[in-house]
Design a protein around this ligand. Sequence first.
Ligand SMILES: [Zn+2]
Length: 266
Amino acid sequence: MSKNYGMDAGNEAMSTSDFSSRLRPKAGDRVRFHFLTDGNDPWLVATRFHRVGDGMSARNIVCLNALTFGDEQCQICDTGDTTRRKMFGVWVLVEYILHPQDNPDDEGENWEQKTLKYKGDDGQEKTRTVFMEEFASAEGPGEAKLLHIPAGRQGVWWNQFHKAFMESLDLRKHFYELYRVGSGRDDTDWTLTTLKEDELDKAILERADIQALTNVEDVFRAGLSQMSTNNSPLGTDSVDGEEEPEAMPTPANPTPEAAESAADLI
Ligand SMILES: [Zn+2]
C-alpha cells in the first residue's frame, strides 16, 4: 500500500481531485449531459487565457485583466506577453459518455455495448457500436464536471453553446451531446447537439455535491495561485535583513509545481 502522508502523497491527492472534476473527452467520445448553469449565472464564464510554459508544462492561465475588465492587473500581461485566446468554462452534469472503444483500463469494468444511430455524411441513417460509461456521484445519478475548452476560431465552438442558449434562454431545459473529433491542438473539433427537451431535475441542484461546486471564476483564479506571489513574504525585507530580492517565479519561467498534464491543453 502506498503511503498516504507527506508532500508527495498530498500533491497526488490535490492533483487527482482537480483532475477528476474536469471533463476531458477523448477523440470520438460523445458526452451526454445536462447543463448545471442556466446560462446566466457564475457557473459559466468566458474570458481570455494566456498560454504559459512549453511542451508538457504548458498550461492555460486566466488573464486577470480580461476577467475583471481591467479592475485587476494581470502579472502575465505586465511581462509583455499579450498573446491570449478566448476560452470558456462551464459546469455540466455528465450522465454518460459514449466511447468508440471499450474501457481501456484492464482492471476496470467493461462498458455496456450500445448501438448508436446517426446521420452519415451522405444523409443516410447509419449505426455504430459504442460503449457507454455511466456517471454517478455519491448523491445520485450524474456527476458534475467542469468543461473548459477554447472558444475556437472565430468563436466557432462558443457559438454553438450560445445558439443552444438562445433556443430556450435557459440551458437547463434540454439534454445535450458534446462530440469530440480529434485529439490534438490542431485537429480537435467539438460539436454540441441538442438531443431533446428534458429539463434538469430541480432536486439535483439541492444535492450536496452540486451545492458545493466552486464558481467558475474561482476555479480559474485557483490556477493563478501557482503563478502569483499572493502577497507571500519575499524574505527580502527588513525583518531578516536581506537586501537583494530572491528570484521569483515568472510566467515565462514557472515553477515545476505550475506544470500540469498535457491533457489540460485542449
Ligand atoms: Zn493578462
